[in-house]
Design a protein around this ligand. Structure first.
Ligand code: PEP
Length: 253
């Protein structure tokens, strides 16, 4: 049985005080144990403060990105070691905003995934097609290529430590959510790819989150699909009530 996993990607939002208040409200409701995994991913400068706010709860901490090198002359970057050192268990890698705005390639995402795994972080590795790619029938080819390249050279043991997030670009921050059937179709195909590349044990154990305009209203129908193992939530993770309603949906589906 795959344990459902709800993660909030705060992106470049909140002040320090707002982030601490949001995390505190989530931690207070979740408490010390939860039947699903829950994480918040604040801006990196607030990781320590938010980490303090959730420290006695079952809420995990994640960063939104990291570089692949351990240290050195890489101005503005943070290393996987630093992300681990500040208390993170997770790091989002290859988010479509990183791929599109900052021109990150799947090869670079792969270097980051391997560097993150090497220090014991769980990468949440994102893939997803654009609207044009979907409309021209390229969805499966695009997400399969992103998977193949971004997760290249991973052993079965490493693959088991990765979380995949399927995030159609056209659904991110748009309010246009994929239908449960559209999402399930891609999730099932990604799981098939894992079975081909690894084996059925790996394919049935790896968690695949859906991301793209998930909210309190649509979460249950998405999370009840057999191959949807959780959600990576952007906008709706910035309000405690909305985020907690998604967690409740995961606990009850
Ligand atoms: C995201 O950026 O990972 C995301 C899913 O955003 P939203 O929920 O706002 O579409």
């Amino acid at each position: 049985m795959r344990r459902k996993f709800i993660a909030g990607n705060w992106k470049m939002n909140t002040s320090r005080a707002e982030g601490v208040a949001l995390a505190s409200a989530i931690a207070a409701k979740i408490g010390a144990s939860s039947s699903v995994d829950v994480a918040v991913c604040p801006p990196s400068v607030y990781l320590e403060a938010v980490g303090q706010a959730i420290k006695n709860s079952a809420v995990g901490l994640g960063a939104q990105n990291c570089y692949h090198e351990a240290k050195g002359a890489f101005t503005g970057e943070i290393s996987p070691q630093m992300v681990r050192d500040i208390g993170c268990a997770y790091v989002i890698l290859g988010h479509s905003e990183r791929r599109q705005i900052f021109k990150e390639t799947s090869q670079e995402v792969n270097r980051k995934v391997r560097a993150a795994l090497a220090v014991g972080l769980t990468p949440i590795m994102c893939v997803g097609e654009t609207l044009d790619q979907r409309q021209t029938g390229k969805t499966a080819a695009v997400v399969r290529e992103q998977m193949e390249l971004s997760l290249a050279e991973l052993s079965s043991e490493q693959m088991l430590k990765v979380v995949i997030a399927y995030e159609p670009v056209w659904a991110i921050g748009t309010g246009v959510v994929a239908t449960p059937q559209q999402a399930e179709e891609v999730h099932a195909d990604l799981r098939k790819l894992l079975e081909t590349r690894y084996n059925s044990e790996v394919a049935s154990a790896v968690r695949i989150q859906y991301g793209g305009s998930v909210n309190a209203e649509n979460a249950a129908s998405l999370l009840s699909q057999p191959n949807i193992d959780g959600a990576l939530v952007g906008g709706a993770s910035l309000k405690a009530d909305g985020f907690l309603a998604i967690v409740t949906a995961a606990q009850t589906t």
